[in-house]
Ligand binder design. Structure first.
Ligand code: GLN
Length: 278
């Protein structure tokens, strides 16, 4: 992973985080010990939308965290959710919806958790609880060979006017809006799917795409020959966690209990290693 961070970007980031309070501390909800042998909902002290089922909402154009393999949604988040469901004695059901519908779906109780490479931010913490973090992500910038943007500095240069592609409702979208659009340095175009944002870059509709690093790497690799590359500058480092309704703290505690065990016994790391090359 590349470690070079420009000062200007660090400053932009600091401003963003100060503005949104997004320096994602993990939620304070301390984990209780939902044991491996926890029985179905009622007896285990938590409830789920459908008895015996752990219903996960995700957005499945985010490889390697969630993506389609044929008709099946697979990836890091799906495997972690499956391991949590197994510990809680629940059957996992995964539903693919728009990224910005995940939190509303969790808030309304339609889904038990949102697991979507979702960054913990203070803004989101006002809407949902987050589990303990199970991974980190970094915002990066994808560009196209021969395009206007060749460094992150180009995005913040005096008189810059780039079109920035992002996925709707993501932290990449928020940073681009605050740091670039609101600063008069360009325009943000948002897309429902990360793959649509990347297509727009290939077609010249946007000058770059701001996205999390692992999906960025996977999408650049999937478009070999298209002249796409990732700039050598990291944006924000973020914590990923599961979003759970504020009305279901018992489920939050059960999930945190399961996650703690899965982190302690190396399961989470082995799932990450399986999908993310070193
Ligand atoms: N980590 C980013 C966010 O939470 C992007 C997540 C995603 O697109 N699935 O906003």
């Amino acid at each position: 992973m590349k470690k070079f961070v420009t000062l200007i970007l660090a400053l932009a980031l600091t401003l963003s985080l100060a503005a949104c309070g997004g320096n994602n501390a993990s939620p304070s909800g301390s984990a209780s010990s939902a044991g491996s042998d926890a029985a179905s909902s009622g007896e285990a002290g938590f409830t789920t939308a459908v008895d015996g089922v752990l219903s996960m909402a995700t957005e499945a154009t985010f490889p390697p965290y969630e993506y389609y393999d044929g008709d099946a949604i697979v990836g890091i988040d799906v495997e972690i959710a499956q391991a949590i469901a197994d510990k809680l004695g629940l059957e996992l059901q995964v539903t693919d919806i728009a990224f910005d519908s995940i939190i509303p779906g969790v808030q309304s109780g339609k889904y038990d958790l949102g697991l979507a490479g979702m960054t913990v931010t203070d803004e989101r913490l006002e809407q949902v609880n987050f589990s303990d973090s199970y991974a980190t992500g970094v915002q990066v910038v994808i560009v196209k060979e021969g395009g206007k943007v060749t460094s992150v500095d180009d995005l913040f240069a005096d008189g810059a006017s780039n079109v920035i592609g992002t996925q709707t409702g993501t932290t990449g979208f928020l940073y681009a809006t605050w740091d670039i659009q609101d600063a008069g340095l360009g325009e943000v175009k948002s897309f429902a799917k990360t793959t649509d944002a990347v297509e727009a870059l290939k077609n010249g509709q946007v000058d770059c795409v701001i996205l999390d690093n692992e999906p960025a790497k996977a999408l650049v690799a999937a478009n070999e020959g298209a002249g796409l590359s990732i700039l050598d500058t990291e944006y924000a480092v973020e914590d990923y966690a599961a979003a759970i309704s504020k009305d279901n703290t018992a489920l939050l505690e059960a999930i945190n209990g399961a996650l703690k065990e899965l982190i302690a016994d190396g399961t989470v790391q082995s799932i990450l290693d399986k999908y993310i090359g070193k």
